[in-house]
Design a protein around this ligand. Sequence first.
Ligand code: ZN
Length: 302
Amino acid sequence: MPNMSTNKQLYNGETVSGKTLSDADFMRYSRQVLLPEVGEAGQLQLADACVAIIGLGGLGQLAAQYLACAGVGNLILIDMDKVEVSNLPRQLLFNDGDIGLNKARVAKRKLNNLAPHCTVTAHETAFNAETHADQLADVLLAKQQGKRVLVLDCTDNFATRQSINRCCIEAALPLVSASIAAFSGQLFAVDQMQLPSGGCYQCIFPAQTRVSQSCGTQGVLGSSVGVMASMQSLVAMQLLLSMDSDCDKAQNSLLGHFWRFDAKSLVWTSAALTRDPHCNVCGSKELHPSFNMHSKLHSMEI
Ligand SMILES: [Zn+2]
């Protein structure tokens, strides 16, 4: 049995606001804390962090498990759908006994067992103009308190993706978006506060874009979904730990890049994102860090 206090001194040179990890947490997260990029300070930041996961399907339920088990302290789960038998080959958090139950509710119950330290809030409602202010209220509060916050778009609906993007841009919330249909995966992260030149989802896919692909119409392999969920979770962890600031912004930033994954050839390709100066979401708006969601409800289009 290693001497815990000695290891703490070895692994950690700084803590958050004088807080320290308990011995139990130090053991639990020891493989992460060993990484200099995490350390005790990073683990404490994760414990304070608040992440909203919109969509608890193939991507969201895996990302929720990764983040909760990694020590993220607060998860907001948003999904109005119920578990169906056709979900089970790729949505591994669910089983036959969950069929017919709300995904966010089931995920909350199971995450409470997997990661009892994580405070999970379930919203059994769709993400739309009437609901998003309530659904994201805890994330905005955490942001105002200076904690790490993030929104994960794990939906498979184009209109909802546009809506999530608009909310995140207007509220200055960092967004990590992933999707996959058939053998084609997509992933990108945007943060208007850190890299406004990276643009937004609407810069890539304007509202008039015709998007017909989804798992429901194109089919997908569960393992392909797992790859995208893992990558989305990895990007989320790096942003929560501010690891992107260690990268060369011009060459290797997490933000401002769009990745595609070909699940047949296993090839990843990426392209730099640039803001469309005519984008009606991010191109011409002033940023409002203290954005009031309620004031924007009328402008949402779903
Ligand atoms: Zn834009």
